[in-house]
Design a binder for this molecule. Structure first.
Ligand code: SAJ
Length: 448
């Protein structure tokens, strides 16, 4: 038997032991980063019988969780976190410890220059180093530029003297859940796991099988990284097309919402919805990872980003067409979050629109049922929709929160100084508002 065969046998047996431990619920998992992805994942693993150490470098997060509270608003999350901690399977700490599996679920934000900030991933990988042992599995879940697992994480972990794919296993498995539906999608979405070698992917698959009820596909690490970025980039490009169609519809006096609805009756067409722009920590960020790493190849992707990022300007242009100068005007902004029914304002186009309005000399009073002024001391926030209306020259409806489905024109009309509404999400029914004396502008309806 030559040396390479012996090594393969040794690595295979280590990996068999790890898989057996996972399947018998004796594996210890350390989840680094207890945010939107790490906390639900840690809780899922714990409620499915595994011992989990949840680690966050933010001491406030550790304290909040240890007091039985959660720092993130997400349906069902508090219940599952409490169940996980109550079962004794989930412990929370600010330090990693000895484990069988390490999952890195830290943020990968974007810098103002549109470059991936990988400092949290680097810090998390370095914090694993003192605890890494032969036979362990490390999984990166953070959305990352292509080749991060092999070119950034692997060399850091190999400073331990252990070799990835031989002594320890290393894989990439992106999270693809939709904020607002995280717990459901964690269990029911299909999942991809890419290893630096097949054994790494197989071991990761065994781990996720603890709670994933859908298909888990194994591949290599860089393919899995690409898959994640391609999914969000595809969505960004589709929304950019919808946003550009909204501008074209204004130009050609067409209602883009009607046109999209009719086009989507074609069996092979599925155009998404236009709006005031694209926000959130995923779709408005991930395509930049391609642009940063391969600007020459990623030109369509770059252009789509520019279209979506300039949609707030388009909203201001529509307002200028109605009001002329915006200086001295007051607007009641309804909705500040990046999308409906979540409390997340990261990269929200509403924030960009508010900043542009203020730059133009307008005053903004914003109301959002998911954002309380006591939690986020933003100058433009007011306590209620009625406070936002009081004395305003118009309403800007920027987010289709469920609560806004029942907005009543008569309630607004009594409080506003001027009866105007710009609906950037196609939420309101035009007729009752017009009957109540409102000028109604729907973004992308050039027939107005
Ligand atoms: N938006 C539009 N028009 C649409 C759909 C969305 O303007 O037709 C806007 C939203 O208002 C929002 C932004 O796009 O500002 C992004 O919202 P989203 O609901 O499309 O997506 P995210 O960012 O909440 O979640 C995405 C999801 N990716 C895909 O659907 C391909 C989710 O599955 C990923 O897990 C998540 O990114 C992530 O973490 O990467």
């Amino acid at each position: 038997m030559d040396k390479s065969q012996i090594i393969t046998m040794e690595s295979n047996s280590k990996y068999e032991i790890l898989i057996r431990k996972i399947k018998n619920q004796r594996a210890q998992v350390c989840v680094l980063g207890l945010g939107y992805i790490g906390l639900p994942t840690a809780s899922m693993l714990a409620t499915h019988g595994l011992g989990v150490l949840g680690v966050d470098v933010n001491q406030d997060v550790v304290e909040v969780l240890n007091q039985g509270e959660v720092h993130i608003q997400e349906p069902g999350l508090k219940t599952i976190v409490q169940a996980a901690i109550g079962s004794g399977n989930l412990k929370i700490s600010n330090q990693p410890g000895i484990s069988d599996v390490f999952i890195i679920a830290v943020p990968t934000p974007i810098t103002p220059e549109k470059k991936a900030d990988m400092s949290y991933v680097v810090a998390a990988a370095e914090s694993i180093l003192p605890h890494l042992e032969a036979g362990n599995l490390v999984i990166l879940e953070a959305t990352s530029p292509p080749r991060t697992t092999t070119d950034l994480v692997r060399p850091i972990l190999e400073r331990s003297g252990l070799e990835a794919g031989e002594d320890f296993l290393l894989a990439y498995s992106p999270e693809r859940v939709l904020p607002g539906r995280i717990l459901h999608e964690l269990a029911h979405n299909s999942r991809v796991i890419g290893g630096v070698n097949p054994a790494s992917a197989e071991a990761g698959k065994a781990l996720y099988e603890c709670f994933v009820e859908s298909e888990i596909t194994c591949t290599d690490a860089t393919t899995a990284e690409m898959v994640k970025l391609m999914e969000n980039t595809y969505r960004d490009i589709n929304i950019a097309a919808a946003n550009e169609f909204s501008r074209l519809a204004e130009r050609f006096q067409v209602d883009v919402w009607e046109a999209i609805e009719i086009a989507n009756r074609h069996p092979r067409v599925e155009i998404l919805q236009p709006g005031p722009g694209v926000g959130g920590h995923c779709i408005s960020v991930d395509p930049w990872f391609f642009v940063e790493k391969a600007p020459r190849e990623a030109q369509l992707i770059h252009q789509a980003r520019l279209v979506n990022d300039s949609q707030p300007e388009f909203v201001l242009q529509l307002l200028r067409e109605e009001f002329g100068s915006l200086s001295g005007k007051t607007f009641a902004v309804l909705g500040v979050t990046y999308k409906p029914d979540v409390d997340d304002i990261r990269e929200s186009p509403a924030l960009e629109i508010i900043a542009l309005l203020e730059e133009a000399g307008a005053k903004v009073k914003a109301s959002d049922p998911f954002i309380k002024k006591s939690q986020k001391p933003l100058d433009f926030l007011v306590e209620s929709v009625a406070d936002a209306y009081a004395g305003a020259d118009g309403i800007l409806l920027l987010v289709n929160h469920r609560q806004f489905d029942s907005l009543k024109p008569e309630e607004a009309g009594d409080l506003l100084a001027n009866k105007f509404i710009l609906d950037a999400r196609n939420v309101i029914e035009r007729q009752p508002w017009q009957s109540a004396g409102f000028v109604v502008k729907l973004l992308g309806d050039g027939r107005d």
